[in-house]
Design a protein around this ligand. Sequence first.
Ligand SMILES: [Zn+2]
Length: 86
Amino acid sequence: MTRFERLRKEALEACQWRGHTMRLSRHTVLGRRVRGTWYCTVCDASMAVDTHPDPNGIDIIGDAVAVECQECPPDEDSLEDPEWKG
Ligand SMILES: [Zn+2]
């Protein structure tokens, strides 16, 4: 199992545990550095995996691994800029 596969498995399990239904959005390979981005088809939460993050970065990041899935996000979420998801 590659580092990316291990991270992906770990990250997707964390998302699944929070009730998200994750779908692959983007997969990027830059030499040895592999990055993947997923989003939840229900609540649109995102999650990303990076095999070689910057020195101050982390290999698994995203709100999908931090918050529970919700079909109807609370009103305060709608005030946030939706563009950040890229
Ligand atoms: Zn979700």
